[in-house]
Design a protein around this ligand. Structure first.
Ligand code: CDP
Length: 222
């Protein structure tokens, strides 16, 4: 798949910030697949569905309409769920607590993977997530797997301070990231895993700009 860039890795490795910058600089679309799993989790919460009721969650995912758009200044990727901007709502502490369980449900994954593949079919797209290089777009022209130490990833999330309303501490963020990584890596259906042909980048000691440049150099040189 020409002009398709797949970026995978654990929480807080810098995927979404880097993917967004790359997309803007290359004039590609950007698709944040994690936001879609978060949105389905939000639907379950707002409809008061028990998280053990997989059937109901799958039916909510089936009916969901997703639309991505950059904010006017291109600094943010907004997600509209059934027409409503949920970009902020999907970053709450509650969503962080439940999203990895929702992402284990095979029926939910099947529906979202299909939607993600449709959204990528015209190329010129950067997509980030956990299973992009292994399952969603195994034929992507470029595949990257970003990682960093748990401490660095937790610190970055803490600095983003996205959920300051929730009053979450560094320690709580670290524990949530660790738990999600474990669930994401050990689940049965398309677990978080580096694709064999993905290029591994440890971002622990690099700035966002440095990683973006690194990726662009690799793309240009091939
Ligand atoms: O931004 P952060 O790294 O915290 O997570 P995210 O990319 O928003 O993804 C949230 C959760 O969705 C992950 O922890 C996974 O459980 C799930 N996910 C997934 O299973 N497959 C994807 N392609 C993307 C996200």
């Amino acid at each position: 798949m020409k002009d398709v860039i797949a970026i995978d890795g654990p929480a807080g490795a810098g995927k979404s910030t880097i993917a967004k910058k790359l997309a803007v600089q290359l004039n590609y679309n950007y698709l944040d697949t994690g936001a879609m799993y978060r949105a389905v989790t939000l639907l379950a919460l707002t409809n008061k569905v028990d998280f053990s009721d997989k059937k109901k969650i799958v039916s909510l995912a089936k009916k969901a309409q997703f639309q991505f758009a950059f904010s006017n200044d291109e600094s943010k990727l907004l997600l509209f769920l059934n027409g409503q901007d949920v970009s902020k709502l999907i970053r709450s502490k509650k969503i962080n607590q439940h999203v990895s369980d929702v992402a284990c449900i095979k029926g939910v994954r099947d529906i979202l993977v299909k939607k993600q593949q449709e959204l990528a079919q015209n190329g010129k797209v950067v997509m980030d997530g956990r299973d992009i290089g292994t399952r969603v777009l195994p034929e992507a022209e470029y595949k990257f797997y970003l990682t960093a130490t748990l401490e660095e990833r937790a610190q970055r999330r803490f600095n983003e301070n996205l959920n300051h309303d929730d009053n979450v501490s560094y320690q709580q963020i670290k524990e949530n990231i660790k738990l999600r990584d474990e669930i994401d890596s050990q689940r049965k259906h398309s677990p978080l895993k580096k694709a064999e042909d993905a290029i591994l980048i440890d971002t622990t000691h690099f700035s966002i700009e440095e990683v973006v440049e690194k990726i662009k150099t690799i793309i240009r040189s091939e």
